[in-house]
Design a binder for this molecule. Structure first.
Ligand code: HPA
Ligand code: ZN
Length: 360
């Protein structure tokens, strides 16, 4: 048993921590070198000089005073636009899970955007199959278990979302849940009510992005809980600004998948975001730490994301263990798997001191 009171550095501690991730987009996890290879074979011209230029380009764009989520998604579009074949999706899934293996990630729920794939000439079925195939390789070759969450884009046709939920009936075992991402269209939850009703009838697990500090953030979170009846919110940090909403989240046990280094390049707000994570943890919310889009946006892979948050906040090791247990508790897995992950985490963290924030 590893005693985390020992002289491990924080980096070693995070590297050895058995990790779980619930909020990461496969299209945002393309290693720059792979992005160049894929773009090359699909004859797509990238606006970067080299793989090293990917982050630099994105930092420049972010510095141009654009609104965070919008400039972030415009940059993401450049990368995900290069994906044109089922093999591209398989390749990035295998590579991502290989990376998870090296990071010590035991289990990951990975999001994908089928509407994006379809617009780029990859059929729905081929996209789902390619990711499922990549996930099988991830388990067989790297020992990383994973499930896929199908996300619909909030700025695209909700009826297409409904049609895709029907199309997914023949791929039911390869998709664990449904989410919503992309631009935060005003009033989006009501638009997707029918799609979420269909998904609930089919017993999909339900989540939705509610990005940080968007117009109407609190209203969107409330509507996702009450209208779409989600079990989790991706980001959702603005819960902390609204005591009645916080009560609702605690009462319904809604999990929040936080991304502490999200948009770090634009980071006038990074400290505030960390504070929001701390306050939510202190309030007893089931909040976890995740990467979101690790390859392209400076958040880094999961160990780096956790370590950076830990140093900057700062969080204690016990806090990090709590965030990790929250991820295990909120994961869409069966109870035997949850017990297995919990047992491994407890063996790792055995007897370590109190969290810096008291349990809520
Ligand atoms: N928010 C909205 N859309 C996204 C995100 C996000 O965090 N990541 C990838 N697409
Ligand atoms: Zn996201």
């Amino acid at each position: 048993m590893l005693d985390i009171r020992s002289d491990l550095s924080n980096r070693d501690f995070v590297a050895a921590l058995p990790k779980v991730e619930l909020h990461v987009h496969i299209e945002g996890a393309i290693e720059p070198v792979t992005l160049f290879e894929i773009a090359d074979r699909n004859k797509i011209e990238l606006p970067y000089d080299s793989p090293e230029g990917v982050l630099a380009y994105q930092s420049d764009r972010r510095g141009a005073g654009r609104e965070n989520l919008v400039s972030f998604l415009e940059c993401l579009d450049i990368s995900r636009d290069a994906l044109r074949t089922p093999d591209d999706y398989r390749t990035i899934t295998v590579e991502f899970l290989s990376r998870c293996g090296r990071e010590g990630v035991r289990y990951v729920e990975v999001m994908f955007d089928p509407q994006q794939a379809i617009r780029q000439g990859v059929s729905f079925g081929d996209c789902v199959d390619a990711i499922a195939d990549g996930r099988r390789v991830g388990w067989r070759d790297f020992g990383v278990r994973s499930q896929a969450i199908m996300c619909f884009q909030r700025d695209h046709d909700p009826e297409q979302a409904s049609r895709l939920i029907e199309a997914a009936d023949t791929h039911r075992d390869d998709i664990v849940g449904i989410g919503l991402d992309n631009f935060e269209t005003p009033g989006f939850p009501a638009m997707f009510r029918a799609a979420y009703d269909q998904a609930r009838q089919r017993e999909y697990r339900l989540t939705s992005h509610c990005d940080v500090n968007q117009p109407d953030s609190a209203d969107h979170i409330r509507a996702c809980i009450e209208v779409l009846r989600v079990e989790r919110i991706d980001h959702g940090l603005n819960v902390i600004d609204d005591p009645a909403l916080l009560d609702l989240v605690l009462e319904r046990d809604i999990a929040l998948t936080g991304c502490p280094t999200y948009y770090t390049g634009q980071a006038s707000s990074a400290e505030i975001r960390l504070e929001m994570h701390r306050s939510l943890l202190a309030a007893g919310a089931c909040i976890s730490l995740n990467t979101d889009d690790p390859a392209q946006f400076g958040s880094g892979w999961l160990s780096n994301t956790i370590w950076s948050a830990m140093e900057a906040a700062p969080f204690t090791r016990a806090d990090i263990v709590r965030f990790t247990q929250n991820a295990i508790d909120a994961a869409w897995i069966d109870e035997a798997h949850r017990r297995e992950l919990t047992t491994e985490l407890r063996a790792f963290s055995g007897g370590y001191g109190e969290a810096s924030v008291p349990a809520g």
